[in-house]
Design a protein around this ligand. Sequence first.
Ligand SMILES: [Zn+2]
Length: 725
Amino acid sequence: MRSIERGRGQRFDGQSRLAMIQYLLVAAFAILGFRLWSLQVIHHEEYVRAAESNRLKTIPIAAPRGLILDREGRVLVDNRPTLSIIVNREEVKARGKSVLDLVDELIAQGVTLDRDFVRARLEVARRQPLYYPMVIEANADPADVAWVRAHQLEYPELDVIEQPQRRYPYGRLLAHVLGYVGEISQRELARPEYEGYRPGDIIGKAGVEKVYDRLLRGRDGIRRVVVDSAGREISQIEQIDPIPGRSIRLTIDLDLQRVAEQQLGRRRGVVVAMDPRTGEILAMVSHPAFDPNLFAARINTPEGKAEFRRLVTDPDHPLYNRAIQGLYPTGSTWKVLVATAALEEGVISVKDSRLMCGGGLQVGRRFVRCMGAHGMPDLHRALVVSCDGYFYRLGLKLGIRRMHEWVKRLGMGQPTGIDLPNERGGIIPGPEVKARLNPKDPIWRDFDTVIAAIGQGSVAVTPLQLLRAVAGIAMGGILHRPHVFLEAGPPGQRLSYQGDDVVVVPLHQRTCEMIRYSLWGVVNEQGTGTRARVVGFDVSGKTGTAQVVATHKAGGKLKDHAWFVAFAPRSRPEIAVVVLVENVGFGGTYSAPIARAIFEAYRNKHYGVPEEVEVARQTPPSSTGPSSDGEPVSQTASSTSDRPAEPTETRPPSDRGEGEHGELIERAPDEPPGAMRSERRRIQPAPSSTRSPAAGPEAATASPPESQSADPAANQPRSTMRKRP
Ligand SMILES: [Zn+2]
């Protein structure tokens, strides 16, 4: 019974299985039939079109981007031909494949494609018409190019085209001004300023490449050809030639740029040289820098991606243009502006400008000190020795309102309007600013004014702002808008710079003369800037040593920033220079020599080397100059450019006045000023242990004993100070 039932069950199972197979067969045939009908009837036209398009091919012809030249026409940026492998998506589709299938197939055949790169490209390509070819390997490997060419019969959907690639022959030189290029992003495509751009376009992403992209980019051409089923070209239907981009000539002088780059070397900082008569930027260096070739050539390779990650995560921010984006306290360079304001407001006059130094000033419970004892200097002397005591008092007499108003008028705390992207404004001190930044202690006090008078406290401006302001004062109150664009080709349709809206700050001639004369004294009268002296070129400038607030990153970054801002020649300035070296120490020691090298290069180029210099090169430094004025240029260049920032012992005696500005010393009124000295020394350059070979015993004895803040042994500022006139 059990067995019969089982037999029946088996028989029943067999029947139902047969029926099942029959149903499945019917269903399969139905699907096949439907598919056949679908292919032949519904999608008929689509496939006819695909077959036709198989025979019609669109090949883009990339337009070369315009060259970027220096002011003398020397090539700073050009293009190099590269080959790219492209795929015609229409043909891929017609062959019933997807692009990624094809890529996998090619990778299996040994072609070195990057699947992620193709996938990213596909995202972008979705917005393009299907017939428009898509790059699957840019800057293709020669072996891959050879493979594609050898397999045209099997893979007619592949092609090799020539694509000009941006090339920056000087690498890091001028990187922040030139900028770099890259593929347009989805987000950029959505913005109105990129209207008319297409996915896959190479556009300027930074610097001149970005600001002048519309001029530099050309218009791609296109070629439509008929090919046979194996992809061989039969005839050409039409060709639209590409229109190359326009070449741009910059205001940059490659010779000066080279000197500036070499002088700054591997130190973090800024060098900008400008023609104060026009606002033309002659050189602009921001270190550390980056290699723009990374973005143009290597960004899609694994090494390139790693390099990019390093750039973005580098704590020194190499991508950042410190000249226009770095906000710094100005230190004593600020005194030029305060002095100008005080003269214009009649707080002091050219004839009567004496104020007390007093070794510093007691403000409430705090004593802010001057590094020297300067007696009762006039403005000229106060600027020459950078007397803080004088400027504390001058600041109080001028008052914060008028100081704020004047530095604002001179363009501080606002973008200069230079034709480079992402320029920053900054902060200038004032009661409103303090209330906003310091809500716990919003009241503006005399102490704040005193600190503000020497460029500390809430002063945060870009080096370019300072350069423009000081150059403007030297020019009698005419402030040009700094710019790097000179003109665009081609000849016949020249396009010159149009953006110079001059700001005129009405200044009395006697004020400007007084300032020019005082700044000349800083460099030429044993002041703080003697290391910038250039024979026969009347360099006039101001040093600054800006304290770094201790809340910033610790370590070596607590050392002061070294500033120097200058122009030359004194009475009819042709070139103005600002130098900032981060976290090294005194402006007169570290930044003035860099400026000198630039002034010297400029003088030699435009006026030739004067005879006296040739003579001076033969003789050792004379006793009149405490600094290395007589040093040959080459020696200076090699000694400053190749080694990293390193404190040296050779400092002109005048440096003494710098470096301790505006320190927030809390002490009782009766405590002597010297009491804080040993504490302060902590953030000074280390003493003899770090003495560099160049500044050995000879160098140390050649200069008078000085720089007490760096050398405990020479900790007698007052006695050495009194020796000076
Ligand atoms: Zn003083």
